[in-house]
Design a protein around this ligand. Structure first.
Ligand code: PBG
Length: 324
C-alpha cells in the first residue's frame, strides 16, 4: 500500500475529541437580540409575520431586555415605531422619541446590557424611504446625512452604547462620526450596515416596523444581490470613514460576502440574520418540516464559520436557552 488511508473519522469518534477539535464556537456572547418598541402601545402584541416576536411598549421592552440579559445575551438592538410620521422622519431625532425613551428606560433598569440603536429614517418617514425625498421622488443622499447625524447624536445622548446606521446613504459613517465627535460622543462606536443588500428577506420586518416604501423600492441605495466586490468596497469605505464594526445583511444567502468582507477589511464583522431568514425556519418548523433547534443552531454556526464575530438574530433568546 503506497499511502496509509487517511482517518479523519478518528476526530469524530467521541464527544470529547469532537469538541476539542471544533473550529467554530457558537456562544451566546456573540449574539444581539433585536426588539421593536412601539409608541403608545400597552404591554405587548404579537407580530404576525414573525412568530415569537412581539411589538413592545417601553415597559415591555424593559422586561424583554431583562430576560435577554438574564439569559446572558450581551446586547439588544432597538427599532422604534413612532406615534406619527412625517416627510423628514423627525421622530428619529426627537429627544423624547420612542427609541430615545426606550434606551433610557432599558439602560436605567439594566445598565450592564449593551443597547444598540438602529439608525434609519424609514420607520419615521411617511413615505417609508430611508432618507428624505427630492421633489422628483428620489432620495436626496446628502440632505439625508444631516438628519441621520441628528438622530445619531440624539440616540447616543439618550444612552445608546453604539449606533447602527442601516440607511445605506453614501458618506453617512463619516458624517455620523463627525457629528458624534463634535458633541463629545467620541466614545460611541458605529456598527455600520455596510453591505446591505436589496433583499426579499426583509419582507416580514417591513410589517414589523411598518416601514415598507409607499412607492418605488430601495434598489437606489441598497445593494444588488449579485455583487460581492462592491460589498468589499462598501465595507472598506465605511472602515475608512470610521466604522468600528462592519455588517453584512442578510446573512445566509451572503455567507461568501461575510467571508470576503472579513478577509478584506480585517475588521470586526457583524452579520444580520434577518426577519425572512427567521420566519422561514419558524414556518418550516411549525409545519413539521424542520427540527427548529437543530436548524437554527446549524444556520447560526454557519454564519459564525463564514467569519461573523457578531450575529444579530431574532433567535437569540431561544439559542441562549438551548446552549445553557
Ligand atoms: C431599515 C432596516 C431594515 C432592516 C433593518 N433595518 C429593513 C429594510 O431595509 O427594508 C431589516 C431587518 C430584518 O429584515 O430583520 N433600514
Amino acid at each position: 500500500m503506497a499511502f496509509p488511508a487517511t482517518r479523519l473519522r478518528r476526530l469524530r469518534a467521541s464527544i470529547p475529541i469532537r469538541e476539542l477539535v471544533r473550529e467554530t464556537e457558537l456562544s451566546v456572547r456573540h449574539l444581539v437580540y433585536p426588539m421593536f418598541v412601539v409608541a403608545g402601545l400597552e404591554g405587548r402584541t404579537p407580530i404576525a409575520s414573525m412568530p415569537g416576536i412581539d411589538h413592545l411598549s417601553i415597559g415591555a421592552a424593559v422586561e424583554e431586555a431583562g430576560e435577554a440579559a438574564a439569559l446572558g445575551i450581551p446586547a439588544v438592538l432597538l427599532f422604534g415605531l413612532p406615534a406619527s410620521k412625517d416627510a423628514e422622519g423627525s421622530g428619529a431625532w426627537d429627544d423624547e422619541g420612542i427609541v430615545q425613551l426606550a434606551t433610557r428606560a432599558i439602560k436605567a433598569a439594566h445598565p450592564d446590557l449593551m443597547v444598540i440603536t438602529d439608525l434609519c429614517l424609514c420607520e419615521y418617514t411617511s413615505h417609508g424611504h430611508c432618507g428624505v425625498l427630492r421633489d422628483d421622488g428620489v432620495v436626496d443622499n446628502d440632505q439625508s446625512l444631516e438628519l441621520l447625524a441628528r438622530a445619531a447624536v440624539s440616540q447616543a445622548e439618550a444612552g445608546a452604547d453604539a449606533v447602527a446606521p442601516s440607511d445605506m446613504m453614501d458618506g453617512r459613517v463619516g458624517a455620523l462620526r463627525a457629528a458624534l465627535d463634535e458633541h463629545g460622543l467620541d466614545e460611541t462606536p458605529i456598527i455600520a450596515y455596510s453591505a446591505k443588500f436589496a433583499s426579499a428577506f426583509y419582507g416580514p420586518f417591513r410589517e414589523a416596523a411598518d416601514s415598507a416604501p409607499q412607492s418605488g423600492d430601495r434598489r437606489g441605495y441598497q445593494m444588488d444581490p449579485a455583487n460581492a466586490l462592491e460589498a468589499e468596497r462598501e465595507a472598506l469605505l465605511d472602515a475608512a470613514e470610521g466604522a468600528d464594526v462592519v455588517m453584512v445583511k442578510p446573512a445566509l444567502p451572503y455567507l461568501d460576502v461575510i467571508r470576503r468582507v472579513k478577509e478584506r477589511t480585517r475588521m470586526p464583522v457583524a452579520a444580520y440574520n434577518v426577519s425572512g431568514e427567521y420566519a422561514m425556519i419558524k414556518a418550516a418548523a411549525a409545519a413539521g418540516l424542520l427540527d427548529e433547534r437543530a436548524a437554527v443552531l446549524e444556520a447560526l454556526t454557519g454564519i459564525r464559520r463564514a467569519g461573523a464575530d457578531i450575529v444579530f438574530t431574532y433567535h437569540a433568546k431561544d439559542v441562549a436557552r438551548w446552549l445553557q
